[in-house]
Design a protein around this ligand. Structure first.
Ligand SMILES: [Zn+2]
Ligand SMILES: [Zn+2]
Length: 338
């Protein structure tokens, strides 16, 4: 299990500084703890100072707190970033209001953070929420909130590639790179529209290409997409939609060509899973703006139909570019599961 708690509001942030950013001097409050918990703290050399957290009363907090077990993994989040990673050392056997009030006080409604747990092996990490959302396949704008559990089925699927949750967190903290489309999508289409297409050579030999080096954008490692690849694909498609060449569009003011958009059939955020670059001609398709929005925002049925058409066209090219992917995997990249 991988739990997380968040401390973004001013009062929670104050608690965070007090008992997560630095260990709390629990030795002065042992009289408010039961002997079994004291013994557990002692065994871990944590009966003088310990990192601790508490959740406020409420049914979902209670359920999570009740379910956590010693040794479970936990992430601490504040204001856009996961900042610490550790393991549950133990929890109080019952909600402990007295200790919570002594450590953190009460909020304006008189509640306190009485579902208390102690944390060991707390290490500093720095995982941006966009990276977390991308990796665990939450929506781009998801905001971690409260005290919760990383979606079990997503964690299990992701864990297949790792020896343990520790390994996965290490990878997420150090190696996992997000895609530029998850930061913003406009600058890519704008770059494709820049200047003309006249000096773009369309006939290039398909062959596996090494992955691009991730770029650092606002302190984040990001897989970026090369607008020149997209320009080549648009020109080769003669600015016609690859779903249906009759699809209507309009004339672009900057290129004086029919306005078309480039789309990565295997989304660039899955670059992590491929040894070769997926930002290559074989994986980029030319779509009219309507089909492009549809493949991102349409119903599962519509998306599947578009993907099927594109996959049939690109099947051989994906192979030639060293990025062959079964149809079922492509559907799963678009979250279409059947
Ligand atoms: Zn797209
Ligand atoms: Zn179209």
């Amino acid at each position: 299990m991988l739990y997380f708690f968040t401390a973004s509001e001013p009062i929670a942030y104050k608690n965070f500084k007090k008992t997560i950013q630095k260990p709390y001097p629990i030795k002065d409050s042992l009289n408010l703890l039961d002997p079994v918990t004291i013994e557990k703290l002692k065994l871990n050399n944590s009966d003088k100072k310990v990192c601790m957290w508490g959740a406020k009363p409420g049914p979902s907090n209670f359920r999570n707190w009740n379910n956590i077990e010693e040794g479970d993994s936990i992430l601490a989040y504040s204001r856009g970033e996961f900042l610490y990673y550790g393991k549950i050392l133990c929890k109080t056997p019952k909600p402990n209001q007295l200790l919570a009030k002594e450590v953190w006080g009460t909020n304006k409604d008189g509640q306190t953070w009485e579902y208390i747990f102690f944390i060991k092996d707390l290490t500093k990490i720095n995982i941006d929420k966009r990276k977390f959302n991308s990796f665990f396949e939450y929506g781009v704008n998801n905001n971690p909130f409260g005290f919760g559990l990383v979606k079990k089925e997503n964690l299990e699927r992701k864990l297949k590639g790792f020896k343990s949750i520790d390994d996965l967190i290490y990878y997420l903290n150090n190696e996992y790179v997000i895609a530029d489309e998850e930061l913003e999508d406009n600058s890519y289409q704008a770059a494709i529209e820049e200047k003309g297409f006249s000096n773009i050579e369309v006939d290039i030999t398909p062959e596996p290409k090494p992955k691009n080096k991730p770029k650092t954008i606002r302190g984040q490692k990001v897989w970026t997409r090369d607008p020149v690849v997209a320009k080549r694909v648009l020109k080769k498609a003669e600015f016609k939609c690859e779903i249906n060449s009759e699809h209507l569009t309009f004339i672009s003011n900057s290129t004086i060509k029919p306005y078309m958009e480039a789309h990565h059939l295997i989304p660039i955020k899955y670059q992590n899973e491929f040894p070769n670059s997926i930002d290559v001609d074989g994986n980029v398709v030319c779509l009219c703006p309507n089909c492009h929005r549809k493949i991102h925002h349409g119903t599962n049925e519509d998306k599947k139909e578009l993907i099927q058409i594109l996959y049939t066209k690109r099947f051989q090219f994906l192979q030639d570019w060293g990025i062959f992917t079964p149809f079922e995997s492509i559907l799963s990249y678009y979250k279409i599961n059947e």
